[in-house]
Ligand binder design. Structure first.
Ligand code: MN
Length: 197
């Protein structure tokens, strides 16, 4: 039988680590409530699919698979997102290797930052900005709507930014652009560099 069960890993740092860019209150709700709900939602969908498979319940395969995609990706994106941030006082910017890769793909670091910022600010409704990398090391900036729409199949995320209202509303109200601008202060460039390989 298919036996996949998600867990909620602890936040990899203290809840107040990202202050003043992202408040402790947002991090508590975001990790303990929102990410938890995605973990639970993914597990519920997996269990339901198992029951449908065994003929124990009647259920909509389409709806359950849709629930799984939304919640599974929600859970995993948040795991990745936490790793990609660090305390603002520890942010030392992209190193030479990362800068070179960004220059090669986007022309300059500033051009990359402008495109990623535009992607983040421009997400329609709830979603993410993403820096994608494929197996050849080529980079693209893109968006995810919700957690699971608009992905690029053989690309993996190396830098992501949550622009759901739950990620910033308590601190920035409706000023998503202000949140996105401040967020650059907490990017963990060492981790991004590690993912860029
Ligand atoms: Mn979120």
């Amino acid at each position: 039988m298919i036996n996949i069960k998600l867990v909620l890993p602890p936040l990899p740092y203290a809840y107040n680590t990202l202050e003043p860019v992202i408040s402790q209150k947002i991090m508590e709700l975001h990790h303990d409530k929102h990410q938890m709900a995605y973990v639970n939602g993914a597990n519920a969908a997996l269990e339901k699919l198992e029951k449908i498979r065994k003929g124990e319940v009647e259920g909509s395969v389409r709806e359950t698979m849709r629930d799984l995609s939304f919640n599974y990706n929600g859970a995993k994106l948040h795991e990745q997102f936490w790793q990609m941030m660090r305390a603002p006082q520890e942010n030392n910017g992209p190193d030479e290797k990362v800068t070179t890769l960004l220059n090669e793909n986007f022309g300059s670091y500033e051009a990359f930052k402008k495109e990623f910022t535009a992607a983040a600010v421009g997400v329609e409704g709830s979603g993410w900005a993403v820096l994608w990398k494929n197996k050849d090391g080529q980079l693209l900036v893109g968006q995810l709507e919700k957690h699971n729409l608009l992905g690029l199949n053989d690309f993996e995320p190396v830098l992501i930014l949550d622009v759901w209202e739950h990620a910033y509303y308590l601190d920035y109200l409706n000023n998503r652009a202000d949140y996105v601008e401040k967020w650059w202060q907490v990017v963990n460039w060492d981790y991004v560099g590690h993912l860029l390989g």
